[in-house]
Design a protein around this ligand. Sequence first.
Ligand code: FMN
Ligand code: SF4
Length: 456
Amino acid sequence: MGEYRLLLKHVDVPNYHDIQVYEQYGGYQALRKALSMERQAIIDEVKKSGLRGRGGAGFPAWIKWNGLPKDDDKPHYVICNSDEGEPGTFKDFELMFKAPHQLVEGMIIAGYAVRAQRGYIYIRGEYVECARRVRQAIDQAYAAGYLGKNILGSGFEYDLYIHMGAGSYECGEESALMSSLMGERGQPRLKFPHAPLPTIAGVWNCPTLINNCESLSCVPHIINNGGEWYAQLGASTKNSRGTKIFSVSGHVNKPGNYEIEFGTPLMELIELAGGVRGGKLKGIIPGGSSMPILPAEKCEDAIIGYEELMEKGSMVGSGGCMVLNEHTCIVHFAWRTAEFYAHESCGKCTPCREGTRWMVQILERILQGKGRMEDIDLLLEICDQIDGRSFCALGDAAAWPVRAFIKNFRHEFEYYVKHGRSMYADNPESQAMFPPKGYQRYNPMRYEYTFGGVRK
Ligand SMILES: Cc1cc2nc3c(=O)[nH]c(=O)nc-3n(C[C@H](O)[C@H](O)[C@H](O)COP(=O)(O)O)c2cc1C
Ligand code: SF4
């Protein structure tokens, strides 16, 4: 099927981040069209498009859009989630850096549709260059009359702000993001059904629409071409419509962002990225580091779609597609992944706060050659205790990859425990992934340097 560039179509045009160039390529036509439409008609187009959230959960966008009250007096808000903390994912970076007006236009249309007066773009703290580009785009949009009072003479008033995160993965979780935006500690809040949905009581307890950067960047295309046109893309899948940007990294020849139509075979995406490098394929983590790994044999006939990948045992997630070749030591990979989630755990709930640390400690024990055979099942048991029992989905995100690594590559863990070293320790192709001798990594979670005496 090849690459299908919709959101990324013009990103390589010189100065596409500039409003004049963006307008030359049809920019802000969707906004003009949207402002001439009934608000409900815009939401109906989003419904027809079948757009599902690109931030990870794949929730139907129109349900959120339709969920904000239509006749209340409270201020309404739109938030763009550009926190992009999931390891392996870097698509929002490219969207903001190279096509910031596409996002700004999508946010203005969303704001108009849900009767919002203000929008916030919450940008990952490390994405300073992106924030500068988005800042420039917002300034240009104000100067062109696309933002501010009486936008294009429609009477609609809307302001757009940037809020920088501070590098916390947890602040990508929508309720934690809203807490952070309000100046509170970046921890999640109680959720539906125990608390109202953000569409009713979000930021400052007011109705709030929160969508991912890629989801909102789709909006101008849906309005320009119509929801039905958009829904034709990916029609071969069960319920995934449109295009999806995958950030392909790891053992591929041409890592980068690739936009494909849903329904594209997973292996075709890897071919777009230049194919596997350095050996045969061992497995693919299709949707970011929190998603379960698909071993090579399951990748062969995997189709990219929300339901299709789930049937295979993984998920589309945020589209952070990590490719592992046959020389990758899964035990090291599991440890590195677990360490990330333990570090990012906000500490609010016990299963995640304690469980993620235990997983790291057990994996470190195995890496140091002191592992016990029962540690492998102990890890699985901890995964079961965290998954579904945590306050927010970070706990699940920590448990899923480790469980999948063990279930699919148990023999590698057993070998490590039995021999006290990786089964790839003598493999020259694998050397790059092992820390050099004497390597020490400051582990802020434990306030100490770890990994010093780890054997391969
Ligand atoms: C721990 C955690 C981190 C998350 N990080 C992000 C993120 O960086 N970007 C994002 O768009 N969604 C992230 N999400 C998902 C958001 O909570 C939310 O579902 C999403 O922003 C909704 O937008 P969408 O419907 O357009 O996908 C995260 C969720 C969790 C549990
Ligand atoms: S699962 Fe619990 S400890 Fe982990 S990030 Fe969420 S609220 Fe915090």
